[in-house]
Design a protein around this ligand. Sequence first.
Ligand code: PMP
Length: 357
Amino acid sequence: MHNHIEHLLPEAIKNLMPYQSARRIGATGHLYLNANELEQPLPGCMLEHPLNRYPDFKPQQLANAYLDYCMVDADCLAVRGADEGIELLVRTFCAPSVDSILICTPTYGMYEICATAAGVGVHKVPLTSEFQLDLAEIEKLLPKIKLIFICAPNNPTGNLINASSIRQLLEKTKDSHIVAVDEAYIEYSEQDSTMPLLAEFPNLAIIRTLSKAFGLAAVRCGFVVSNQNIIDALRKIIAPYPVPDPCADIAITALQAKNVEQMRISVEQQNEIKNRFCAQLIKSDLVEHIFPSATNFVLVRFKPNVNPFDLLIAHGIVTRNQSHEPALQNCVRITIGSEQSMAEIITALNKKKRDVS
Ligand code: PMP
């Protein structure tokens, strides 16, 4: 396969010989004395199977299970949560003190943190008033950029990014930039995934996670889905044994057809709870606007002087304050929980209203 992205790799990465871990080298024998593991597991420290050996460096069964779930003909790298995928993309494609990423704010905070920590520049283009990509402004900055993160649906705003604008961006950057689309919340609006674009755009990498709709945040399992050239580049610098065996086992189980079906039912339920919650919430005099959500959270703008975060925390309800974002004054991000949890929020707001009147 022609390597369409090799020219986008920093020299240091292009020339890097990956660490030759015992699992990467392979080799078969009857005694494995090549990885400084304890040859016999201690009896107290076992789950269903022994844990004394390092896991696979490329857990293929897990990658295949995820690709089956996505129904896409592509390559896939299992990572320690989507956060590790973000970090790998930055460190693989951006040279410190040379390259920069572009993000469209307000958006998920880890893109900036990963880049800054790696000595990589960060350029920000605010989303439009509709929280959509400002393609004209993005285009102006392209000469300074190597890697673009698009969070779709976006966190913390909750909205979808227009598919046509993502396609336009991919077309403009096909030979010159990597575009990473973070689909951490895509299960809540599955039909809007950019997966079908992988076949067309060699510069597209999609970041996914089991932390949200699959309910496995504690397992720390995510994926980068892309073509083989991009995945091979990420594999050059990924830690030698990226996914712990117990996590891979749980993830493979979660991706079995019957469990995917359960996940889809749960997503539907959460979407219904979200709709009912929003219908109640909008009746509150304290609320100014509820932004449309394609995720498992809603961004809510309250009237000036309400201080929604403080108000709710006084009732023991912890939400995410967004007031530090210039575009999100008086806003909180509220995760959709159970029907009862959402009812508690409505009760707390109604109580405040009574106190005021
Ligand atoms: N991307 C987005 C948009 C997120 O909101 C989050 C989690 N808050 C992540 C990535 C990280 O997910 P993970 O738990 O898989 O590291």
